[in-house]
Design a protein around this ligand. Sequence first.
Ligand code: SAM
Length: 338
Amino acid sequence: MAAPPQDLRDVLEEALGRFAVPELTRSVQSIIAQYREGFDRAAPVLGSETAVAAYAAYRMPATYAAVRTALNHVAALAPGFAPETHVDVGGGTGSAVWAASDVWPTLRQVSVLEQSPSAIGFGKRLAKRSPTAAVREARWQQVVIDRAVPKPPADLVTMSYALGELSPAAQEDVVRSLAKDARVLVIVEPGTPAGHARIIAARDLLIELGAHVVAPCPHDRECSIRGAQDWCHFSVRLNRGALHRQIKDGTLSFEDEKFSYIAVSAERWPRAESRVLRHPQKRKGLVMLRLCTDEGQVADLTVSKRQGETYRAAREVAWGDEWLPREQDGRATTDATR
Ligand SMILES: C[S@@+](CC[C@H](N)C(=O)[O-])C[C@H]1O[C@@H](n2cnc3c(N)ncnc32)[C@H](O)[C@@H]1O
């Protein structure tokens, strides 16, 4: 669970209080239509105060949760990584800044690069109310990223839900530029086939540039999950607040945010042995896991109750977690599916 912390939910609710619900609802519908039907890069989606508030109301908790989950995976694998500097590119209203400072209290100096003055204004107002000094004192810079990202060297560089907003021709150069002078780089995209395709392209390029994959992949070979049938993504569940339900016309009290990501490092950290790629399937006395393995394969593993501790671990593990095979007693069957 990586729900936004109470402090972020409180400041968000307060900041949204001055907007009328019907106005936010209309704006949410317009943003959804623009993302679905394509938008004009010369006219940013978050171009007005209301559009930014609508985005913050219906997307910020979910993008926070996705980034937080990805960063949690990195922190689990790189316990010695204690970043002090962070640059967030295409930062919007600051989800990644809040998420990173929750994962790494060592952060001291944070910069956000963003094109929309309205998003910067809203994000800054939220950040000023953060209990964390690094978030409160973050530097927000209005920058339209073209090909090169004018960022200082940083221990941590993030770009969440923004790569896909750049022209396809600019994306490769931007990824190169993000990797430059970054100890750890994390790129998060929507968990769709198109989002994953951008993550794979970034991953291929970053490996070619000499970066080491930290997460989610337990290997740095070619990704075997390619094509329209399947795509590597993860899911995080979060509660929807009352305002969210109103403006999105939603009735469910929760949502599942699907995301794809890649985290690379200039240093080599021990990687996961394998990672769970789907919700584990539980049957009487059996747990079926779909895994990405350290050999770069997708494999199905069936763990039976007779396997004691391994079975108990399999019952606990969730989509996106590392899977650490504890015993090899021959009763688990691993079938490479690719
Ligand atoms: C979908 S929002 C994501 C915001 C935030 N990173 C998050 O995860 O919630 C995409 C953000 O990227 C920004 N963006 C898109 N193209 C940009 C560009 N060329 N230069 C700077 N910012 C850009 C948008 O203004 C918007 O704030």
